[in-house]
Ligand binder design. Structure first.
Ligand SMILES: C[S@@+](CC[C@H](N)C(=O)[O-])C[C@H]1O[C@@H](n2cnc3c(N)ncnc32)[C@H](O)[C@@H]1O
Length: 222
């Protein structure tokens, strides 16, 4: 499966439009920039959400009134800081990360951003470790951004552990620009199944926010 471009496309593809939006909305402050730069220095893959995707996450968490959220795929903590900012001073995030190295970088990010007390990093395969937090369900928001083959399983978990009215968000829902092509590898097939179940499975009212990567969003209806 191809990977994300380092510089993600924006709006109608005009770089001047992106510069304008950056200047007006300021999607990335010094704290987030430091996380992105330190993640590169630490050798993490360049697969964090884009600047505006991070801002979307903050604003959507705020709009949802989320105070208990789950993130699957922590990396260096960039998107986690965005979600925690959107949840206000009492919001709590459980974030799941396979790699101990990524989790260490994220832990530093959460401390530097002043949100470490509200960020719980669970190291290991998310599907093995998610049961550990089920006693705290229902959650207000679940953000999926990890291994693509597991997206249908993460969706099923979210459907069972979000509150009604809770929000499911998933990055890379366009399958790196290839979701619509016939066939594909295991990851693309899983992403296609994920989109179809989210949109047509009856448990969410869902839409696709057409960011560069495709940010799928559903509100749990039953
Ligand atoms: C796209 S990155 C997450 C980016 C992060 N959400 C951000 O924007 O800052 C995906 C992360 O998921 C982790 N990952 C992959 N498979 C996983 C699994 N089965 N369980 C938990 N984490 C996994 C990877 O190690 C990687 O750090």
């Amino acid at each position: 499966m191809p990977s994300s471009p380092v510089e993600k496309g924006f709006g109608q593809g005009d770089p001047a439009l992106e510069r304008w939006a950056d200047g007006v909305y300021h999607p990335e402050d010094a704290v987030l920039r430091e996380i992105r730069e330190r993640s590169v220095r630490e050798g993490l893959p360049l697969i964090a959400v884009g600047r505006f995707d991070g801002l979307h996450l903050e604003v959507l968490a705020r709009a949802a009134g989320a105070s208990k959220a789950v993130e699957i795929g922590t990396l260096g903590g960039y998107s986690g800081v965005c979600l925690l900012r959107g949840m206000g001073p009492h919001g709590v995030l459980h974030t799941f990360e396979y790699s101990e190295k990524h989790a260490r970088v994220a832990n530093e990010s959460f401390h530097k951003a002043g949100v470490a007390a509200r960020a719980h990093i669970h190291v290991g395969a998310a599907l093995d470790r998610l049961p550990e937090i089920e006693a705290e369900a229902p959650f207000d928001l679940v953000f999926v951004d990890a291994d693509k083959v597991s997206y249908p399983a993460y969706l099923a978990w979210a459907a069972d552990h979000l509150r009604e009215g809770g929000v499911l968000l998933a990055d890379n829902a366009f399958g790196f620009g290839e979701i619509h092509l016939p066939g594909g590898d295991e990851g693309r097939l899983a992403l296609r199944k994920f989109n179809e179940q989210l949109a047509q499975g009856g448990r969410f009212r869902a839409t696709m926010i057409p960011t560069a990567e495709g940010l799928a969003m559903g509100v749990k209806v039953r």
